[in-house]
Design a protein around this ligand. Structure first.
Ligand SMILES: Cc1cc2nc3c(=O)[nH]c(=O)nc-3n(C[C@H](O)[C@H](O)[C@H](O)COP(=O)(O)OP(=O)(O)OC[C@H]3O[C@@H](n4cnc5c(N)ncnc54)[C@H](O)[C@@H]3O)c2cc1C
Length: 182
């Protein structure tokens, strides 16, 4: 934005701030990680939900205040060094509003496909087609000169390929999407 580049941001959620906006229906596996696999298996759905909410309430950043903030908008030194998640949310939200980003973000808009368009005569770099749905609408598209993907790694699925030998492997199979705390 500061460089004068126009852009559109597609956000699947109904509000901004991604991971840092607590949503009762979110399932962040890392927040479950405080107990063993064995104990987790014995939990009822209700116990699991109760624990998840309690654990999420305690989440603080583990990167410090100064490293985590934007260089041109430091977090006030009067804030704790390791902020609770609610303050991270407040900080991000304030930045989005003050920088005029909110109007560039299309909420409830889920990108379903991003693909390069064929090169046209004289073009050195291809343009990109972004296909999306809005509130479950039919698929629409817009074309852009460039695309930046920032879908996070905690809110969506995980690519965990099945490869030969996996079925007989006796160790723990991990993926950063599920096992954040390792
Ligand atoms: C318990 C925990 C603690 C953490 N603590 C720290 C910390 O202390 N410091 C730190 O720097 N990082 C921390 N992280 C990492 C955290 O992931 C990052 O801080 C940050 O949230 C990543 O931002 P992001 O924009 O990449 O992803 P997200 O915040 O996850 O945002 C991704 C966004 O993309 C949207 N989206 C996904 N798919 C689509 C789609 N198809 N179409 C449109 N929109 C889509 C989602 O709705 C979401 O809003 C922590 C993570 C966890 C789980």
């Amino acid at each position: 934005m500061g460089a004068g580049i126009d852009f559109t941001c597609f956000e699947a959620d109904s509000d901004v701030c991604g991971f840092w906006r607590y949503k009762p229906d979110s399932k962040f596996p890392s927040v479950y990680k405080a107990v063993s696999e064995e104990k987790r298996k014995k939990e009822t759905e209700r116990e699991r939900e109760k624990r998840r909410i309690e654990e999420w309430r305690k989440v603080h950043i583990d990167s410090d205040r100064d490293m985590t903030s934007f260089g041109d908008c430091p977090i006030s030194p009067s804030e704790p060094v390791f902020l609770p998640h609610t303050r991270v949310y407040d900080y991000l939200k304030k930045n989005i509003q003050e920088c005029g980003l909110a109007e560039k973000i299309q909420l409830n808009t889920r990108v379903v496909k991003v693909s390069p368009l064929p090169l046209q005569a004289g073009q050195k770099m291809c343009r990109w087609r972004v296909e999306y749905t809005q509130n479950g609408s039919e698929v629409r598209h817009e074309d852009f000169d460039g695309v930046m993907i920032a879908v996070g790694r905690h809110g969506g699925g995980a690519y965990a390929p099945k490869f030969p030998g996996l079925e007989s492997f006796t160790g723990t199979v991990m993926h950063s999407r599920w096992e954040y705390m390792y």
